[in-house]
Write a protein that binds this ligand. Structure first.
Ligand SMILES: N[C@H](CCC[C@H](N)C(=O)O)C(=O)O
Length: 276
């Protein structure tokens, strides 16, 4: 099977994007894991599969697979690349689309300045929606990591996030604690671990150890979750500039059931094809 694809990234969080509308794509989770391998495959943090939607009013279906082949619910940096891909590939002439994912509908919009703004939907906090083993919903939960208690905030953007505040992201134990949190027994479907440094009420620095992918240069849903966590803790205002290692995102959230809005870049590096 010949497979056409685009290699893209959102702030260095990189993707293999596949048109599943004009080509028949059958990929096992194992095959995706092989494609995702940095040395033996194409190499990516996630694979994004573009499919037509059969739901009235919805333009596309968006499936996301981590580099190990596991399918996940949401990918923020990927959603911007998704929108750029379908427009550039002529799959739509719309600059604002409705895209259904495993956990809800998102609405990416191509901006005239080349950036992409995405309505990522409302965050969720109930333990059952993360999922997270806890007696009730809370803004802060104590989590024992490596024998010490850390204050984390759990947020679902469709996918699960555990966010903590650190004094300095550059010296935070992201590698060690990231994997301990990712695989913590209280997260039955594992979790993305965010490390947030508060610069001001409108600016943070963030590193994210992603579920299955390890630390990535940026994590879009992680940035959404971190800003939501900071606002709920009373530490951030509604619109926040998020500095990641790969560059900057702007995240806004008005609270409650309002959607989280994310703005950032989406870049096509090259187009290719592969025989499978
Ligand atoms: N590793 C994540 C999926 C990708 C999220 C990230 N790349 C983003 O931009 O949101 C998970 O397992 O939930």
């Amino acid at each position: 099977m010949k497979l056409n694809f685009s290699k893209m990234h959102g702030l260095g969080n990189d993707f293999m994007v596949i048109d599943g509308v004009r080509q028949a794509v059958t990929l096992s989770n194992e095959a995706i894991g092989q494609l995702g391998h940095r040395q033996f495959g194409i190499g990516f943090d996630q694979l994004l599969l573009v499919e037509k939607s059969t739901t009235p009013g919805i333009d596309f279906r968006y499936r996301i697979f981590n580099c190990d082949g596991s399918e996940v619910e949401q990918c923020g940096n990927g959603s911007r690349c998704f929108a750029r891909f379908v427009f550039d590939q002529g799959l739509t002439d719309k600059t604002e689309i409705a895209v259904e994912t495993a956990k809800g509908v998102i609405y990416p919009r191509l901006e005239s300045n080349g950036l992409v703004t995405v309505n990522m939907g409302a965050p969720r906090f109930a333990p059952s929606e993360i999922p997270f083993e806890a007696p009730n919903e809370a803004i802060i939960d104590p989590l024992i990591v490596d024998g010490q208690v850390y204050d984390i905030s759990v947020v679902s953007m469709g996918n699960p996030h555990a966010v903590q505040i650190v004094d300095d992201v550059e010296t935070a134990p992201v590698a060690l604690h990231g994997t301990l949190i990712e695989n913590h027994k209280r997260f039955p479907q594992k979790v993305n671990a965010g490390f947030m440094q508060i610069v001001s009420r409108s600016e943070i620095c963030l590193r994210v150890f992603e579920r299955a992918a390890g630390e990535t240069l940026a994590c879009g849903t992680g940035a959404c979750a971190a800003v939501v966590a900071g606002i709920r803790r009373g530490l951030l205002d509604e619109t926040v500039l998020v500095h990641t290692r790969g560059g900057d995102l702007t995240i806004s959230w008005a609270g409650g059931d309002s959607p989280v809005m994310m703005t950032g870049p989406a870049v096509t590096v090259f187009e290719g094809s592969i025989e499978l």
